[in-house]
Design a protein around this ligand. Structure first.
Ligand code: GLN
Ligand code: ZN
Length: 759
């Protein structure tokens, strides 16, 4: 049997985010286009060499991008929306980056989440354009690897079904034409690769893990039949990931030479399918066995036993040992981390360490021995050492969780009664105005925090600065005439990091960046121990702000699910348990805020939707515990304490029921980009609790006029009764400048005043 080591794809950002810097220098015109292309080439070559040095046998090419791989394909297919014709004699790079980031004359393409990851891709727009091939960058990358390094790589391309599935602008009728145009283009790309000497082509089809209707399956079968007829000489491996392959019996039998399956995220289901249907003869099986979504080292013994089971069931003559998905979702290398606890460090595996694991497993499957002596014992030792680390098991937390009963997950009084009691207690005007929490993180705020981090100013000096900035903004909010104020979040850099730094169980890396979209990277904290609340985290700042005003100041916390979904999470206990631990910790903070006299407390959950499983039939399981974690955090408060929450970055149309289940007294939603649709959904599915639809888009410095805001308010009034109606912007204002923030909020308050005067 033939065994080869490979990965679905490898990070392109560079160990120190060199790629990001190259892109940003180019955008700022700090380097010429030639220098830019030369730097990218250098990065590409080093990246391939590096994977080879790590011992990877079959190296992927074509997984390097200049911004986003969906955008790479769209521009290669000449799938360029008409509005970019407004650009004057653009170069290819100018058009490409205009689509990615917008240009003076044309707004950027939409960006949305890549399945259930924290990566966001550029959504291709089909406008019935006639498609042609605009070069073949995959071939270019293949030839570069071949000519410069002598590497015969495995070219990868996002497949036609997935590409269309993730694109927009077509309906049922025009979709067929879209597919028909794409088939010859895909065939051509593949043909050119085969001619250039590619042994295999990896065609990524993650959308084949969604639940597909019969009609869709027929389309997939037809697509691959036609591609196979056009290029029968090509060896195509259809690579799936993030879930088990749907309709295994049929889709594993597509007329292609190989199938790649995720044995981490769809493991059980894929194995069951193999038991039921076997694996088609003469096909290569790529086994995604090393988790491309987490940062933990593998249990090599377990991996081997899974592979052996799969080998037996599949009877495949050739197998590849691979990652469960593209490794772009994990940081590059743990080697640079010098400030982590040893037990944590030893159990980490980022992309490079995962490649080493793949190399080890491959060698073992082939030769029955390990490359490095003792590697299995070491892997078990690392897992064991962390398992017995005291941070892993906190008896206080454990006991408290065991004592929870249903009562701890629910407010004692239903909303209909709370609403009346709160109305009398809080005495807010009709259509109360408020903001989402943060105010501008000005240069001064950032500089002062940096100075404090570098010990250039003392803790007291920093606290004094935060206090003064808060006081200044309390005054500004009073002057604007807002009804419910916030302290402004000047003490926080990031809504997850801030809480992680105060709770137990978190660790912070120095370089563990992953790409979020375009050149933007995030560095999620690691939750590796039990989470416990040990001291007040936000009370001082909020209570100080409250003392400065007679209006209410909202307490401001990040919710348990957002903290969970924006962190790398331990894998030794269920996510649900981690969510409850965080929920319990926040419950203590909520109680502390209440004890300090805070009457309105907001617990943000912008990432609630991000944790949703890919298949809708699995949503409920997740939502049940996710909603419970939020309720655990918020339900202990007195009846007249008002709980707010906030959500953004997500479509709410099919999400009203989960939002209702949170039982938050008030929710503020980002809506200015999809206002109409939400109004429509609220009409069909009326919402009973307090709600504020964002009245302007905070992502732009533009100041909305009173008339515009009034228009949106009036539209919202058609579906939200006055008693429930709140007025707020779309999201936090930390990325905005002060003048536009003040001007926009003044207009918002004026629009609310006008509404109050309406008969
Ligand atoms: N309270 C946070 C802020 O205003 C909420 C941020 C968010 O929704 N992403 O910044
Ligand atoms: Zn938001």
């Amino acid at each position: 049997m033939n065994v080869t080591s490979t990965v679905v794809g490898y990070p392109y950002i560079g160990a120190k985010r060199e790629w990001k810097r190259t892109l940003e220098k180019f955008w700022k015109n700090e380097i010429t286009e030639e220098q830019f292309e030369a730097e990218l080439k250098n990065l590409r070559i080093n990246r391939l060499k590096h994977q080879k040095d790590l011992g990877l046998q079959f190296i992927t090419v074509g997984d390097f991008t200049k911004y986003d791989r969906m955008l790479d394909l769209a521009t290669m297919f000449n799938l360029i929306p008409k509005r970019y014709e407004a650009l004057e004699n653009p170069t290819a790079n100018e058009t490409y980056y205009a689509m990615a980031r917008g240009a003076k004359d044309a707004v950027a393409c939409e960006m949305t989440k890549w399945y259930n990851t924290n990566y966001h891709y550029i959504v291709p727009e089909y406008e019935g354009q006639s498609l042609t091939l605009n070069g073949n960058y995959i071939l270019d990358q293949f030839l570069e690897a071949k000519n410069e390094l002598g590497i015969i790589g495995k070219p990868t391309i996002i497949g036609p079904y997935t590409f269309v599935d993730l694109a927009k602008g077509y309906d049922e009728k025009t979709r067929a034409a879209f597919f028909l145009q794409l088939i010859p283009l895909y065939s051509q790309i593949i043909k050119e690769l085969v001619t250039a000497g590619a042994d295999w082509i990896q065609v990524e089809e993650p959308s084949l893990t969604k639940s597909l209707a019969e009609e869709e399956i027929l389309i997939v079968e037809e697509l691959y039949k036609q591609i196979n007829e056009a290029v029968p000489e090509a060896k195509i491996l259809v690579q799936t990931y993030f879930e088990a392959l749907t309709s295994f019996e049929r889709l594993s039998r597509l007329p292609v030479a190989g199938i790649g399956l995720d044995f981490v995220h769809g493991g059980k289901e894929n194995i069951k399918a193999l038991q039921n249907y076997g694996f088609p003869q003469n096909k290569t099986l790529s086994l995604g066995i090393i988790n491309g979504r987490d940062i933990w080292s593998a249990n090599l013994a377990e991996a081997i036993s899974t592979i052996n089971a799969v080998k037996q069931l599949s009877n495949a003559e050739e197998i590849w040992i691979s990652s469960s998905c593209n490794l772009q979702h994990v940081p590059v290398s743990k080697k640079m981390e010098e400030n982590l606890p040893q037990e944590l460090y030893d159990h980490l595996a980022f992309a490079d360490e995962k490649i080493r694991e793949i190399a080890e497993i491959t060698y073992y499957i082939e030769k029955g021995a390990w490359l490095k002596e003792g590697v299995v014992a070491d892997s078990l030792k690392a897992i064991e050492a962390l398992a017995i680390h005291p941070i892993r098991k906190n008896k206080v937390v454990d006991d408290a969780l065991k004592l929870l009963t249903a009562k701890d997950f629910a407010r004692s009084v239903p909303f209909s009664e709370r609403q009346q009691i709160q109305k009398e207690a809080l005495q807010l005007p009709d259509y109360p105005t408020t903001t989402i929490g943060s105010f501008p993180q000005s240069q001064l705020v950032k500089k002062t925090r940096a100075a404090w981090r570098k010990n250039e100013i003392s803790d007291e000096q920093y606290a004094q600065f935060v206090k003064e900035e808060t006081a200044r903004w309390i005054q500004i909010q009073e002057d604007i005439g807002l009804d419910v104020l916030v302290h402004g979040e000047f003490e926080r850099t990031d809504m997850v990091e801030y809480f992680g730094e105060h709770l137990t169980g978190f660790a912070f890396t120095d370089f563990a960046w992953v790409v979020s979209y375009g050149s933007r990277c995030v560095k999620p904290p690691i939750i590796y121990g039990d989470v416990e609340w040990t001291h007040e985290m936000t009370v001082k700042e909020v209570a100080e702000a409250q003392q400065l005003t007679n209006k209410y100041v909202k307490g401001m916390l990040t919710g348990p699910i957002t903290i969970l979904n924006w962190s790398f999470v331990r894998n030794d206990i269920p996510r649900q348990e981690v969510a409850y631990q965080i929920g319990l910790a926040l419950r203590k903070e909520v109680a502390a805020l209440e004890a300090a006299g805070i009457k309105i407390i907001q617990v943000d959950e912008p990432a609630l939707r991000e944790g949703l499983p890919l298949r809708k039939e699995n949503w409920n399981e997740y939502l049940t515990w996710a909603v419970d974690a939020f309720k655990l955090a918020t339900s202990s408060v007195a009846t007249d304490t008002q709980i707010h929450t906030h959500m953004c970055y997500c479509e709410f149309n099919d999400f009203i029921d989960p939002i209702r289940a949170l039982d938050a007294d008030v929710i503020s939603l980002e809506t200015s980009r999809s206002h109409g649709e939400l109004i429509h959904s609220l009409k069909a599915n009326p919402y009973e609790l307090g709600i504020g639809l964002g009245v302007y888009d905070i992502h732009s410095p533009r100041v909305p006029t009173i008339e515009e805001i009034s228009h949106i308010l009036n539209e919202s009034l058609a579906v939200i009764p006055k008693e429930q109606f709140w007025v707020n912007p779309d999201c936090g204002l930390k990325t905005r400048q002060e003048p536009e923030t003040v001007a926009s909020l003044k207009n918002m308050v004026q629009a609310a005043h006008k509404l109050r005067q309406q008969p």
